[in-house]
Design a protein around this ligand. Structure first.
Ligand code: HEM
Length: 554
């Protein structure tokens, strides 16, 4: 008995260990087998054929579409047609077919015929909703998307101009608390810092100072887009018929719901308090997105805190990563192109020379060389495609292409950004490229128009992008960072072009000005410009590269 007990005592933990190991191993084998099955289904399930578009096909593997889309779009844009040698893809419509489905690619020469079409003919909302699998992720502003756009167009840009001094203070605070002292050259991972800096600055305008410095708010607003992106990517591994079941295996969908609940819980007391002051109080209303939205929502929705939470998180998802990615890319380009630091710093010093410069509305508008630099950085680093749309009613293009309803379209942003007809020496980074074009077009004394008056044409049916008309435009505003056009689709095109671009421009310029005034920037000796990370149609700057900063002596 003693022996047995002793055996038991000594064997039980060992047996438990073995049992646990077997359980762990079989769990591992189970998940590995499941993953392999899902991966094979994903990789080999037959392509969706989609509606019959009368344009040549370019077949690609799903892996190439997913991990090498940058090269894919550039190659296909330049390639001679598979059907007839005389047609170049870049001026004609073509289709890319991968197991993901068929995408019809519209060249810059024809996009002008589409950009003015109404939502019931060519829908951005349906295309985005399908791409984001909103049915499962709930990533759509639904009926409120027009309100979001309207508030950004009307309120946010002007508000930001008023907020420049506050934002500068906020930036200074973030640098003081989260940036190394940099008395000598100090390596620092700039990408994660930029995400925090941009979300804090944007947060001041979106939710006001009481929430913008909250770590919990920062976490939710930053991670929402990332979680959603992972959820969409995971869901895309499953063919559509499997998704109603597969959704229950995707933990990120639960996280999205939890984040929405957290955001709602944080916003609710704030909004309640504000609503309680509405009657009879002569207190000045706060000037932030919560308030603008609250004022705009119909009476029956004013206390719907879920709507406020969802809109705030969608706003963060549209703005934080896009803006912080581009700011990071600008820093990488500044570190590589040392000469641009002096040029831009001189411009900043001049613009901010007067004592009240940070308070003055027109100071940021004077940074035209910086404007050009940011646009050039964006040209070489931005996403791979643009103008994602779904054809809702059949469209016939002037080249004879018929687009039946149901056609999913994209434009080849990476291809046109490297098209030498629109950007001579496209592979060369020329920080003053757009500044020089502006100089050719307008007398040096001309002040840049305010962002809200920057022109963009949504009504032209015909494209302005024919190679013959591709040389300098008749209007210098065409070369501003925030301008959009048929060959300039970094912010999209038409009615749904990014309404937050003026806001982004202000934020990026404030950050770059402040960093240039206070720091020298470089990469380690011999280090090349960090390569971007390409995943599907997105391109983002390296998250791990360390840039060296050194505080400038006064
Ligand atoms: C460098 C930064 C940014 C880039 C590159 C960018 C890019 C884009 C692009 C390509 C689109 C799609 C346009 C189309 O399909 O025609 C878009 C839409 C949108 N962006 Fe931005 N964006 C940036 C910053 C922002 C910011 C700061 C905000 C908010 C403050 C914002 C809010 C939105 C919204 C709400 C939409 C949807 C508009 C609609 O569907 O009508 N974006 N953005």
């Amino acid at each position: 008995m003693d022996f047995l007990q002793a055996q038991n005592v000594s064997l039980t933990p060992a047996t438990n260990d073995i049992t646990q190991q077997i359980q762990a191993n079989s769990r591992f084998i189970y998940y590995a087998a499941l993953s392999i099955i899902v991966f094979c289904v994903w990789l080999f399930h037959p392509p969706k054929h989609g509606p019959q578009v009368s344009a040549p096909f370019y077949e690609v593997s799903r892996l190439r579409w997913m991990f090498n889309a940058d090269a894919l779009i550039k190659d296909s844009y330049r390639k001679v047609s598979l059907l007839t040698d005389s047609i170049k893809f870049r001026d004609g419509v073509y289709q890319i077919r991968s197991t993901e489905g068929v995408r019809t690619i519209i060249p810059p020469t024809l996009v002008g015929e589409l950009k003015g079409l109404s939502e019931d003919i060519l829908s951005a909302k349906t295309a985005v909703s399908e791409a984001m699998l909103s049915e499962y992720t709930h990533l759509s502003a639904d009926a409120h998307s027009d309100v979001l756009t309207l508030l950004l167009k009307t309120k946010a840009t002007h508000h930001l101009q008023r907020m420049v001094p506050t934002l500068k203070e906020e930036l200074q605070f973030i640098l003081d608390t989260e940036f190394p002292a940099c008395e000598d050259w100090t390596p620092f991972r700039i990408q994660p810092f930029m995400v925090r800096a941009v979300s804090r600055l944007s947060g001041r305008v979106f939710v006001g100072s009481s929430l913008s410095r909250s770590e919990e708010w920062l976490r939710v607003s930053v991670s929402f887009a990332v979680t959603a992106f992972i959820a969409v990517t995971k869901l895309q591994f499953f063919p559509p018929w499997m998704r109603p079941v597969a959704q229950y295996f995707i933990s990120e969908l639960k996280t999205i719901r939890k984040d929405l609940a957290t955001a709602q819980a944080m916003l609710q007391p704030l909004i309640k308090e504000r609503l309680s002051h509405v009657d009879g109080s002569d207190q000045e209303k706060p000037d932030d997105f919560i308030q603008w939205l609250s004022d705009t929502l119909p009476e029956e929705e004013k206390q719907n805190y879920y709507i406020q939470a969802k809109m705030q998180l969608l706003l963060s998802a549209s703005s934080i990563h896009t803006t912080s990615n581009l700011t990071t890319d600008c820093i990488y380009d500044l570190a590589v192109h040392q000469e641009m630091q002096d040029i831009l710093r001189d411009e900043v010093v001049e613009a901010f020379a007067e004592e009240d410069a940070w308070e003055r509305k027109d100071t940021i508008g004077r940074l035209k060389k910086m404007d050009s630099f940011i646009k050039e950085s964006q040209r070489l680093s931005s996403n791979i495609t643009s103008f994602i749309r779904k054809v809702m009613k059949p469209i016939d293009l002037s080249d004879g292409t018929h687009l039946p309803s149901g056609t999913s379209i994209l434009t080849p942003l990476a291809g046109m950004s490297s098209d030498e007809r629109y950007f001579p020496n496209p592979e060369v980074f020329d920080g003053l490229r757009f500044w020089k074009l502006r100089q050719q077009q307008s007398p040096p004394s001309t002040r840049s128009p305010s962002p809200s008056s920057t022109s963009y044409t949504t009504t032209h049916r015909k494209s302005s992008a024919s190679p013959r008309s591709s040389s300098p435009a008749t209007h210098s505003s065409r070369y501003q960072f925030t301008s959009i056009g048929d060959t300039n689709q970094n912010f999209g095109l038409g009615k749904h072009a990014c309404p937050g671009r003026f806001f982004a421009a202000q934020e990026i310029k404030i950050i770059l000005s402040y960093l240039l005034l206070n720091y020298d920037i470089k990469l380690r000796d011999g280090e090349a410009r960090p390569a971007p990370v390409v995943f599907m149609m997105t391109k983002s700057p390296s998250q791990t590269t360390e840039v060296l900063f050194r505080r400038r002596k006064a």
